[in-house]
Design a protein around this ligand. Structure first.
Ligand code: NAD
Length: 315
């Protein structure tokens, strides 16, 4: 019997085409991933971030399931401990999304600083916007505080320096010395061991850490109080890293000039979930977790997942 492979989240057509070329797998493409019944016979499950693979799913699938392969880096939608306990191997595609997520991070920075989404919304609503009341903030030569010195953070750092001629202050107690020091000019880059220093120094703060118990709500009331007036906050990582009630207070008080959020604690981003809170703030720009969603990146990362699968099945 050929191994059964379930694709339970939407994948780029190039990745699906490659899977279909492979005759020795039994490919299942459920039309409704939420109802995908992979528990009885899957050898491999291919996911992105929409579908959650809970301990109970792994328990039910353990008779046949060997591999879970995730397109993307964050594996917080998979119960990795349960997978390990049942000998199910979990793979991801670190390092591939950096360019795309960094582009969105800078897009959100500019959209917030120049109030692009807000002004566009007001014009569409029939307002003739008075220019003197539409002042933005310049990002030229400003300092960005990067929390998390991994793959995506480094792409953001490079782009920040080349696009804004800006400076970087970065915090990551776990990152080894090396890549950042080697590829960023010394006079533009400072690493700090003290998060508070970053919070007090940066004009723009951008999160690039995984969601872990240790990073949950790492920006809360105390941290917002430490920030400079008119800070711009960017979150293209995960929603739970920011305490959203504290962020709402900072947005309404003007402590934050604005926030660009691709990740929210409750997803999907919608009026149902945030219509009475974050989405009441004109200075918030929200995107629906599309950091990695460029055609180029989806094709490349989807193909990378399929190649991991092929290698595993070769044994
Ligand atoms: P990475 O693993 O290369 O880097 C993460 C860094 O965070 C590491 O250097 C790690 O040491 C650091 N870190 C961990 N805990 C920390 C803490 N408490 N304080 C400071 N630093 C800490 O990952 P990456 O590729 O740069 O991705 C970062 C995150 O971005 C992912 O975990 C994922 O949640 C998110 N992401 C979002 C999208 C999107 O569509 N918006 C796409 C890809 C990734």
């Amino acid at each position: 019997m050929p191994p059964k492979v379930y694709v339970v989240d939407p994948y780029h057509k190039d990745a699906i085409a490659l899977l279909k070329e492979h005759n020795d797998i039994d490919l299942v493409l459920p039309s409704d991933p939420a109802k995908a019944n992979y528990h009885q016979d899957a050898t491999a499950i291919i996911v992105r971030s929409q579908t959650r693979i809970e301990a109970s799913d792994i328990e039910k699938s353990k008779r046949t399931l060997k591999y879970i392969i995730k397109q993307g880096v964050g594996v917080d939608n998979i119960d990795v401990q349960a997978a390990k306990a049942h000998g199910v191997k979990v793979y991801n595609t670190p390092g591939l999304n950096g360019e795309a997520v960094a582009e969105l991070t800078l897009s959100l920075a500019l959209s917030v600083s120049r109030r692009i989404a807000e002004l566009d919304r007001r014009i569409r609503n029939g307002e003739v916007v008075v220019r003197s009341e539409a002042l933005g903030r310049s990002l030229f030569r400003k300092t960005i505080g990067l929390i998390g010195m991994g793959n995506i953070g480094l792409f953001v750092a490079r782009k920040w320096i080349s696009a804004m001629e800006g400076r970087i202050i970065a915090y990551d107690p776990y990152a080894k010395d090396g890549a950042w020091e080697e590829s960023l000019p010394n006079d533009k880059f400072k690493r700090t061991a003290v998060l508070d220093e970053l919070l007090q120094t940066a004009d723009v703060i951008s999160l690039h850490v995984p969601l872990l118990d240790s990073t949950r709500n790492m920006l809360s009331t105390r941290e917002f109080e430490l920030m400079k007036q008119d800070t711009i906050l960017l979150n293209c990582a995960r929603g739970g890293i920011v305490d959203e009630s504290a962020m709402l207070v900072a947005l309404k008080s003007g402590k934050l000039f604005g926030a660009g959020l691709d990740a929210l604690a409750i997803e999907p981003a919608s009026m149902d979930n945030y219509g009475n809170t974050l989405l009441t703030c004109p200075n918030v720009v929200v995107t629906p977790h599309v950091g990695a969603s460029t055609a180029e990146n989806q094709s490349q990362s989807g193909i990378a997942v399929v190649n991991i699968l092929f290698e595993l099945l070769k044994g």
